[in-house]
Design a protein around this ligand. Structure first.
Ligand SMILES: [Zn+2]
Length: 326
């Protein structure tokens, strides 16, 4: 077991650090502190956030992110959907959550002007549970881009090509579809602005665009944002070719609060982690609160997966972001 007192003394951390929940600490410019940090997180010691620390003589920056891991629980949605909790520090906006549908709910396919019946039925039942108007639910024609639309009730989105939406309108509900790609939720705890993004390997980086747009439109500060990384294909199952891994590593690689962005096992193809890449981008942008779903869409058959089910018959899951309850 690692000696916490020694750690606090050696690195002059605030003595008030108390175990609370898992905080992943990362630093960039000095090897040794990172080793300590790895030791304490590996030992399962949990701490409150240490924001940033520069020690005399051997300065280093620590990137700190409070990470709340969670597993999907479909029991409340009769097997058809699960709530995704966004957590923010000590005052969790506990009424703030997204929703993800399961494979059992059917494919939530959206074609511009022609919403599918399973999707419509799901939005009606979710609207009754979460108090939103299904008629003010917007969807995109997703193209694996980093393009984002700002929407509100006067400027609806009925299927324009893009991969993310932002809004500050409480009357509006955002949706994207996913099946291995990562749904990313952002909530500005100060302004109430929301973003919902479809982030596959090609669109990785869209999260930064969303933060920029929210900052420009509503003054969103990353420190005030709660982020959530939903279910996706995890590195256990997301082998890619060498070139894609190289490019992904070059653009998003390095230490992430969630571990390596590219995973290489002996003798096997490289695998990439969409969640690790996004956590790295979020942490570097200054986001400090992140909820992370542990489920893998490929291995968990309750979920839809492009790779497992095949291009002809995969189940599109719908990620939904209604305004939080008052
Ligand atoms: Zn897996």
């Amino acid at each position: 077991m690692y000696n916490m007192e020694k750690f606090v003394k050696a690195f002059r951390l605030p003595k008030a650090l108390k175990p609370r929940r898992r905080t992943i600490v990362q630093q960039r410019s000095c090897r040794k502190p990172l080793a300590f940090v790895r030791a304490i997180t590996a030992a399962g010691i949990f701490y409150d956030a240490v924001r940033e620390w520069t020690g005399p003589g051997k300065s280093f920056n620590m990137i700190v992110m409070d990470i709340s891991f969670f597993d999907l629980d479909f029991s409340g949605g009769a097997g058809r959907y699960a709530a995704l909790p966004l957590v923010f520090g000590h005052a969790p906006p506990d009424a703030v959550h997204g929703v993800i549908t399961s494979a059992a709910a059917g494919s939530m396919h959206h074609t511009k002007g022609k919403p599918g019946p399973a999707r419509e039925a799901m939005l009606h039942s979710l609207g009754a549970v979460y108090g939103f108007d299904p008629a003010r639910t917007f969807a995109l024609t997703q193209i694996h881009s980093r393009d984002i639309r700002a929407v509100d009730r006067a400027a609806p989105n009925t299927g324009e090509a893009a991969d993310g939406m932002i809004t500050i309108d409480r009357a509006v509900t955002l949706t994207v579809t996913v099946a291995d790609c990562l749904p990313v939720f952002l909530y500005d705890t100060q302004s109430g602005a929301r973003a919902l993004l479809h982030s596959g390997w090609r669109g990785t980086g869209i999260v930064l665009r969303a933060l920029e747009m929210m900052a420009a439109a509503w003054g969103t500060r990353p420190e005030a944002a709660a982020a959530l990384l939903g279910p996706c294909i995890q590195p256990c199952c997301y082998a890619v070719d060498e070139e894609r891994a190289r490019n992904f590593e070059a653009e998003f690689g390095g230490d992430s609060p969630l571990g390596p962005v590219t995973v290489r096992r002996d003798g096997s193809r490289p695998a990439i982690s969409l969640q690790a890449a996004n956590a790295r981008l979020l942490a570097a942008a200054g986001v400090r609160h992140c909820s992370v779903c542990r489920n893998c869409t490929f291995t968990d058959t309750r979920l839809g997966s492009f790779r497992r089910e095949g291009a002809e018959s995969y189940t599109k899951m719908m990620a939904i972001f209604p305004a939080p309850a008052n």
